[in-house]
Design a binder for this molecule. Structure first.
Ligand code: PLP
Length: 353
């Protein structure tokens, strides 16, 4: 039974359809639940500070030496360490609009964030390279981009890296890598040998369905990995998180089958929205972007009244996470009603605009 006084995950009302945080819509598999329960028996002890088992499993998984893998309490913790490493003296270059946490981090660290506007909803790597000076210490590239879902291919990444001085770190945030279905190779990891200033961030929060456990990782040159490890908080990654991540790597096939379902839903949702006249850039992530401009806020509130939580960026656009088929159906009904107000009543709430 749900205790009404007790907030559910994320502090939301239980009835809300949550399409705002790009979480996996699938409940954790029984293997993961059992692993977390079992590791609960040891929470009187501090966890392994070096995340040894997971580091070795990730090194094996990606065919790299363990000294090239840094594990963090979510990839956000590793991003924070990267910004800290860059230091307050030089600006950080990133695209905009992109992941909202980048400028927040820069603000927290007293770093100036240089926002390079997207071109056609995608990173403008030429403009970004033009911004880099001899003092630039860090560039962040979100690929696929959150919140627009657009992907830049490896050929263009390579051209960008060729223009970047080795003194400037390039952080490639691949939080949505598993949702890419374009034949673009294997992501940025294959470039790390050629470009030692490149680090690649991945997370267990999205495709691996462990957002609530806070765990992510980075692969890069041993020198950078060692610096990041020195900056981490003691025991930041919990035991249940470490064990669950190892277990998730063990059932990767199951999780990637779920990712394929999400990709199929993404295709369906985008097509239906476009049929209703929304402009929706092709997405390679587990969300789609509606560049509604001034209508973003009103559309977000319209959906909220029907019990659907989206991520609205006022005056700019709406990010819609791909959820379960029934949550997606509810979203599509609300969007259709918004777009075609004279259509037969599709909503059950009787909400008015
Ligand atoms: C969700 C997301 C992350 C993952 O953050 P965690 O701290 O690992 O949960 C990182 N980068 C981007 C762009 C994201 O959207």
């Amino acid at each position: 039974m749900v205790d009404a006084a007790r907030p559910t995950a994320g502090g939301r009302h239980a009835a809300t359809r949550v399409l705002s945080r790009n979480e996996s819509s699938h409940s954790p598999s029984p293997d993961i639940v059992a692993t977390v329960a079992a590791s609960g028996r040891e929470v009187n002890r501090y966890p392994d500070p070096a995340c040894t088992g997971l580091t070795l499993a990730l090194a094996r998984r990606h065919g790299v030496e363990p000294d090239r893998v840094a594990v963090g309490a979510g990839s956000c913790a590793l991003l924070q360490a990267l910004f800290q490493l860059a230091g307050p003296g030089a600006p950080v270059v990133h695209a905009w609009r992109s992941f909202e946490y980048y400028p927040i981090l820069a603000g927290q660290m007293g770093i100036c964030s240089e926002r390079v506007p997207l071109a056609d909803d995608a990173h403008d790597l030429t403009a970004m390279a033009d911004r880099i000076t001899a003092t630039t210490r860090l560039v962040v590239i979100c690929n696929p981009n959150n919140p627009t879902g657009t992907l830049i291919g490896l050929d263009r990444l390579r051209a960008f890296l060729d223009r970047t001085p080795p003194t400037c770190l390039v952080a490639l945030d691949e939080a949505y890598f598993e949702y890419v279905d374009e034949p673009v190779g294997t992501g940025g990891l294959g470039l790390c040998d050629t470009y030692p200033n490149l680090v690649v961030l991945r997370t267990f929060s999205k495709a691996y369905g462990l957002a609530g456990l806070r765990i992510g990782y980075l692969i890069g040159a041993p020198r950078i990995v060692a610096s990041l490890r020195e900056l981490s908080l003691p025991y930041a990654v919990s035991g249940p998180a470490q064990h669950a991540a190892v277990a998730a790597l063990g059932i990767e096939e199951v999780l990637l089958a779920r990712v394929r379902e999400t990709i199929a839903e993404r295709t369906r949702v985008r097509a239906a929205l476009m049929a209703d006249g929304f402009a929706v850039p092709a997405s390679q992530a587990n969300f789609v972007w509606l560049g509604l401009g001034e209508d973003a806020g009103p559309f977000g509130r319209w959906c909220a009244r029907t019990g659907i939580e989206l991520r609205a960026f006022d005056g700019d656009g709406i990010r819609v996470s791909i959820g379960s088929p029934s949550d997606n159906d509810a979203l599509l009904a609300a969007a259709h009603q918004w777009r075609v107000p004279d259509a037969p009543e599709l909503l059950t709430t009787g909400a008015v605009r």
